[in-house]
Design a protein around this ligand. Structure first.
Ligand code: ATP
Ligand code: MG
Length: 140
C-alpha cells in the first residue's frame, strides 16, 4: 500500500481553544483504521506535542498525517520563528514558554523529548528565522 493522507489540519498560533483538536481527531481516525491502541497512543502523543508546539511557539502552521502498510508519519510544519539550538530544545526541562503559557500547564520542556521517545524515526529541519518542519514516524 502506498502512502495515504489521513489527516491534514491548519494550526493557528495561540489557538488554545482548538489546540489538541487535530490529535484527538487523529486518535479517532486511527481507531477506525483498526490501529493497535498502544501504537495509536504513541502516534497521538507525538501529534499532540507537535501540534501544541505550533500553537505555543510558532507563527502558525499545519500538520499532516500519512499512513502506509508499515508506518504512520506525522509532518508538522510552521512558518517560524524556528529553533536556534535543536539539541537544547530536545533536552528535558528546556523551555522558552512564558509565565502565561506555564499557568495553562504547558512549558515543562518535555514535549520534544516525548516526541523523540515515542518515534521510531525523527527528522527536524529548522533554524533561527526560518520555519520548522518536524517529521516523526511510528512503525505499525
Ligand atoms: N515549532 C517550534 N517553533 C519554534 N520553537 C519551538 C518549536 N517547538 C519547540 N520549540 C522550542 O523548543 C523548546 C522545547 O520544546 P518542548 O516541546 O520540548 O517544550 P515546551 O513546549 O516548552 O514545553 P512542554 O512541551 O513540556 O509543554 C520550546 O520551549 C521552544 O523554545
Ligand atoms: Mg512543547
Amino acid at each position: 500500500m502506498h502512502e495515504q493522507l489521513i489527516l491534514q489540519a491548519k494550526i493557528a498560533k495561540g489557538d488554545f481553544m482548538r489546540g489538541g483538536e487535530a490529535s484527538s481527531n487523529l486518535k479517532e481516525i486511527l481507531r477506525k483504521l483498526g490501529i493497535r491502541s498502544d501504537i495509536s497512543r504513541r502516534i497521538t502523543i507525538v501529534m499532540y506535542e507537535l501540534e501544541m508546539n505550533i500553537v505555543i511557539h510558532s507563527l502558525g502552521g499545519e500538520v499532516a498525517v500519512y499512513i502506509s502498510s508499515d508506518q504512520v508519519k506525522v509532518v508538522a510544519t510552521d512558518a517560524g520563528p524556528g529553533i536556534e539550538d535543536v539539541e537544547k530544545a530536545f533536552q528535558p526541562g528546556y523551555s522558552t514558554a512564558d509565565d502565561a503559557v506555564r499557568e495553562m500547564g504547558f512549558g515543562a520542556g518535555m514535549g520534544l523529548n516525548n516526541v523523540k521517545h515515542f518515534s521510531d524515526e525523527l527528522e527536524v529541519e529548522t533554524g533561527k528565522g526560518q520555519g520548522t518542519s518536524i517529521t516523526a514516524v511510528v512503525y505499525l
